[in-house]
Design a protein around this ligand. Structure first.
Ligand SMILES: Nc1ncnc2c1ncn2[C@@H]1O[C@H](COP(=O)(O)OP(=O)(O)OP(=O)(O)O)[C@@H](O)[C@H]1O
Ligand SMILES: [Mg+2]
Length: 310
């Protein structure tokens, strides 16, 4: 089973307001809400790929209930812990006249160490040997910066393969516990190693250093439209980005993580993993917002994926 963990989810509310004006009455012409947060995005894409996952994490209040209901209506299995407080709603205002994007984000719930321990214990109780746990995204207020180190270690000790997709000090702390796979983008990897990494060769060197130092088994470095680098113990593959019309690049990385989890679970070859994840990333870029792409689109893109060993 694949478990995704979203400790800091959000209800993404996207509204369209032509000629948004401050200090005035504004009228919404279009509106949609989507359950969001990186682990939740991963679960949505796994579902599109025909895979199964259990979305776990922390929710609160009516907004938390709305997220859970919406995920269940999509047919996703969930196992969230409800805590006091209200899960954040992140308002995105799109102004099609002035071509602006304005984000207004709520603070969300605050958690204690005790709550985190409970949520982790709940996850560990479900885990079996060789399950996959995807830890991704930001942490709620109150969570220590080394939360992912604790969680990676606990899940790995329970026999799971842990995928970590986080940034900055959360990633730095998490890799100390030797996750099975990490999927930084090139900027996140540069930040982690405190040097600018641009070419596939530089990124490969950096990934190998991290694998040697921290015992990480697989590193996928995504590079936006430039594609991605897949580094395993004995191979490195560079896949070019597919040329597709861009709807929204938000969540492209999450969809790659979803494809990597599905590929790992089914024991796919590296070549097929590269094809599936590159096509999944590109297909999701073609969609607006964090909407998950259709599997048919992904399958159509797969034969066009170009990659080489480096
Ligand atoms: N403009 C694009 N055109 C084609 N493919 C893209 C584009 N942007 C991203 N992709 C695909 O999606 C993958 C992941 O993108 P990216 O490196 O931007 O992830 P990310 O920075 O982790 O994103 P996020 O964290 O917002 O989900 C890329 O490796 C590529 O395959
Ligand atoms: Mg990312």
């Amino acid at each position: 089973m694949i478990y995704t963990v979203t400790l800091n989810p959000a209800l993404d509310k996207t509204v369209e307001i032509p000629s948004l004006t401050i200090d005035s009455v504004n009228r919404i012409t279009e509106m949609r809400t989507d359950p969001g947060g990186k682990g939740i995005n991963v679960s949505k894409v796994i579902d599109r790929l025909g895979g199964k996952s259990i979305a776990t994490g922390i929710l609160g209040g009516d907004t938390g209930q709305a997220i859970q209901a919406s995920l269940q209506a999509m047919g996703l299995e969930t196992s969230f812990r409800f805590v006091e407080g209200e899960t954040r709603t992140n308002l995105k205002i799109i102004d099609p006249v002035n071509h602006t994007n304005t984000d207004i984000n709520e603070p969300g719930v605050t958690v204690s160490g005790e709550i985190l321990d409970h949520v982790l214990a709940g996850l560990l109780a479900m885990l079996g040997e060789n399950d996959i746990v995807v830890l991704s995204g930001s942490l709620p207020k109150g969570a220590p910066k080394d939360t992912y180190r604790t969680w990676v270690k606990a899940c790995a000790d329970a026999g799971a393969r842990v995928f970590l997709d986080a940034d900055g000090e959360l990633l730095a702390a998490g890799i100390e516990a030797s996750p099975y796979l990490i999927k930084p983008n090139n900027h996140e990897l540069s930040g982690l190693l405190k040097r600018t990494l641009k070419t596939p060769e530089e990124l490969k060197e950096a990934a190998r250093e991290l694998m040697a130092e921290h015992g990480i088994k697989k590193i996928v470095v995504s590079m936006g439209g430039e594609g991605a680098l897949y580094v395993t113990a004995d191979e490195t593959v560079y896949a070019e980005g597919l040329k597709v019309p861009v709807g929204s690049t938000v969540g492209a990385g999450d969809s790659v993580v979803a494809a990597l989890a599905v590929a790992e679970e089914s024991g796919m070859s590296l070549e097929d993993t590269v094809r599936l994840s590159t096509a999944t990333g590109a297909a999701n870029v073609m969609c607006s917002g964090t909407q998950a792409a259709e599997y048919d689109t992904i399958k159509e893109l797969m034969p066009g994926v170009v990659f080489q060993r480096i």
